[in-house]
Design a binder for this molecule. Structure first.
Ligand SMILES: [Zn+2]
Length: 327
């Protein structure tokens, strides 16, 4: 026999949620729809993969055995009774045709169990969500729909109310640190976790992609604009070589730290604790009211940005306003 494919593994912080699920499933109270809901970087996808495999496993205990044919097919995403739906590209919508296809498949009940996984469920457009809602109102026997989302507020309330929610919450700091040190012992994870929040997979990604170095570039740019009267338009051009949404998020974190230093002398949570002294430099000259209104403006921009055709221009305006804030 060829070597066994890797079974998805649960992450340590999944244990309580998994026990709760398994108990319910083994008691015969398997719901037709589950909503795996919570911030990014907690392994919701991995949990869904494991759960899927447990549902189709021929041992039928709810826990994947990892050796039966069903487990092996599910592990390589080739099980005929497991279907996945996701946006065709990141940031795109899930359209009604994809949901109709799913509904069609869920009616083919040759199998005792069919599992559907909807990744980024919040990306369903209104008609897709409506079509799914109709199926959830009259579910076919043996069908389990697993919806995954980091933005449950974008799903219609009627749809959410048809699902059993499995809530994923940021893990305890020390558990996140411990797990991350197990992945890579030579990294100082505390600064990365301060920035990402205790979402360990997000922290891994941040480390691999150098998010802190990038944020440092943004901080330097704000300091240059303040001190040397550098050109905001030129600065926007340089910064917009990266995702503008990311840059705005970084500016938001930096300004939030400034506000925090201004009111609470930096006690409590900062996004960039190691840069506290540098971030604190402009604080004495800043007007608190103006800073808070600038932070509000950042929040508004983050909401508008996905629909804005010219993000570089938004960033320019933001940096010009920062420049003025420091005069
Ligand atoms: Zn199995």
């Amino acid at each position: 026999m060829s070597s066994l494919p890797d079974i998805p593994e649960l992450l340590p912080w999944h244990a309580p949620l998994w026990r709760q699920w398994l108990k319910q499933h083994q008691a015969g109270r398997t719901p037709h729809a589950l909503l795996l809901s919570g911030p990014k970087g907690l392994g919701k996808q991995r949990f869904a993969d494991y759960l899927c495999q447990g549902l189709v496993c021929q041992q039928n205990t709810g826990e994947p055995c990892g050796v039966c044919q069903a487990c092996r097919l599910a592990a390589v995403d080739n099980h005929p009774d497991v279907s996945r739906i996701q946006p065709a590209e990141a940031g795109k919508m899930i359209k009604v045709e994809a949901i109709r296809q799913l509904i069609h498949c869920s009616g083919l009940t040759a199998s005792t169990r069919r599992v559907f996984v909807l990744q980024s469920a919040e990306a369903m457009n209104a008609s897709a969500a409506n079509a799914l809602l109709k199926t959830l109102e009259e579910p076919a026997p043996g069908v389990v729909m697993i919806l995954i989302t980091a933005a449950p507020q974008w799903l219609p309330a009627t749809l959410r109310s048809r699902c059993q929610v499995l809530p994923f919450r940021p893990v305890a700091q020390d558990q996140a640190q411990h797990w991350l040190r197990g992945q890579q012992a030579d990294v100082d994870w505390s600064d990365i976790l301060a920035f990402t929040g205790a979402q360990p997979l997000l922290a891994l990604q941040a480390h691999a992609e150098g998010w802190l170095d990038a944020a440092r570039q943004t901080l330097q740019c704000l300091m240059d604009l303040r001190r040397q009267g550098a050109n905001p338009v030129q600065a926007a051009k340089v910064l917009s070589e990266r995702s503008v949404l990311t840059v705005i998020h970084e500016i938001h974190c930096i300004c939030s730290d400034m506000a925090h230093i201004l009111v609470a002398d930096g006690q409590g949570r900062l996004f960039f604790p190691s840069w506290k002294d540098l971030v604190a430099q402009p604080v004495k000259q800043l007007d608190m009211k103006a800073l808070l209104s600038y932070i509000d403006q950042l929040n508004d921009l983050r909401r508008q940005l996905p629909r804005n055709p010219n993000p570089t221009m938004l960033l320019e305006k933001l940096l010009i306003d920062w420049f003025r804030l420091n005069r």
